[in-house]
Design a binder for this molecule. Structure first.
Ligand code: CA
Length: 369
């Protein structure tokens, strides 16, 4: 990618206008970086979400707005919803090829192309959001993620988290393992592979198509995210039962991927702004989901008469056994996946005893409400 492509006319004008400011040692303008760069950059961000979709599309918007404000307009990002510039599941390729400089998505969508990517969204029966963040930011996860994306010319950042998801919407009750047989369900990533091994037929369908697929019987069930997002799609109008817990996605990390050639054109201060804006995006998104999942769950139960169901222990235990097998198989697929799994597991062994005596104990002390 040609560096000059990122330099707008306004950027050149801005650079000329600020030469005086750069010469003034009393002003701490961000423009006066080591490189002296005052270029402005206009980037595209492609996403896997419907435009402005609550929690997901809005978190991409929020990230772009934060970067623009923090950079004082030096890095402007135009956000595209799924299918506006490229289809939702072509975000990875679009950013690799430089069609867009940034992408906002979730790593398990790249399972077919980059199997090692799946770990960074979290794994079935794996870690909570805050545990996952501990691994990515402090336990070696981010370095491994960057290693996985490097051959594709991409630099990944954690940019959000949905928190725990729901098992999904079902048009038939799940009372035993037999009820999974032949179940056509939209469920992406390793969760889908686990369902397949349990007798179901997993499908990967973009979010925007879920309602119709469920209502017309193309699928018997779908997971999407949680009450906040599922209410927004009106999925309660297309299925009878709403099942928990979201065994397949206990705390799904969202990603911001950046084309490396584009990244390399940014001066160091803009790179730092992007990095910190992504970290802030993680907190903002998780807070948004936590609050609004509670609000939406209340609405689904009290205003829409949704029938809430817990998956039977027999089903959950079976899915967990399959998940453990799958994780071992995945770890043997490549040397890199083996290292990622070892890192993930080593961290889990550190964090789980702590979670057991802290979060888990405290949450269990709460009376039901
Ligand atoms: Ca999901």
């Amino acid at each position: 990618m040609d560096r000059r492509k990122f330099v707008g006319v306004a950027g050149l004008a801005g650079a000329a206008g600020l030469l005086g400011a750069c010469a003034d040692q009393t002003t701490a303008r961000p423009a006066c970086t080591e490189s002296g760069s005052m270029e402005t950059f206009t980037w595209k961000m492609v996403t896997s979400w419907p435009r402005d979709f609550p929690g997901l599309g809005t978190s991409a918007n929020h990230l772009a707005e934060s970067i623009s404000k923090l950079s004082n307009g030096r890095l402007n990002i135009r956000v595209f919803g799924g299918n506006e510039l490229v289809p939702p599941f072509e975000v990875f390729d679009a950013v690799t090829q430089g069609t867009a400089e940034m992408g906002h998505s979730a790593t398990y969508y790249w399972k077919g192309k980059v199997p090692a990517a799946q770990y960074f969204a979290g794994i079935p029966f794996g870690m909570s959001a805050q545990e996952l963040h501990g691994w990515i930011y402090h336990g070696g996860g981010l370095e491994l993620w960057r290693e996985v994306y490097a051959p594709y010319g991409l630099i990944p950042f954690l940019a959000g988290n949905s928190g725990p998801q729901m098992a999904g919407w079902f048009n038939r009750e799940i009372n035993s393992l037999d009820d999974l047989n032949g179940l056509k369900m939209r469920i992406p990533g390793p969760g889908g592979e686990i369902l397949k091994r349990a007798g179901g037929t997993p499908q990967t369908i973009p979010g925007a198509e879920l309602f119709t697929a469920l209502q017309t019987g193309i699928i018997d069930a779908t997971e999407w995210v949680g009450p906040y997002n599922d209410l927004a799609f009106g999925l309660f109008r297309a299925a009878k039962y709403y099942y928990y817990p979201g065994w397949h996605e206990p705390g799904t990390g969202l990603e911001c991927m950046i084309n490396k050639e584009a990244w390399d054109t940014l001066p160091a201060d803009l790179q730092a702004i992007v990095e910190v804006a992504c970290q802030a995006g993680v907190m903002e998104t998780l807070s948004d989901f936590t609050y609004n999942n509670g609000v939406a769950l209340r609405s689904l139960l009290n205003e829409h008469g949704v029938q809430l169901r817990r998956l039977p222990d027999e089903v959950l235990n079976h899915l967990r056994e399959i998940s453990d097998e799958l994780m071992l198989e995945m770890a043997s697929e490549s040397e890199l996946m083996g290292r990622i799994y070892a890192s993930f597991n080593a961290y889990y062994d550190i964090v789980n005893p702590w979670t057991t005596i802290s979060e888990r104990t405290l949450v269990n002390l709460r009376p039901d409400s």
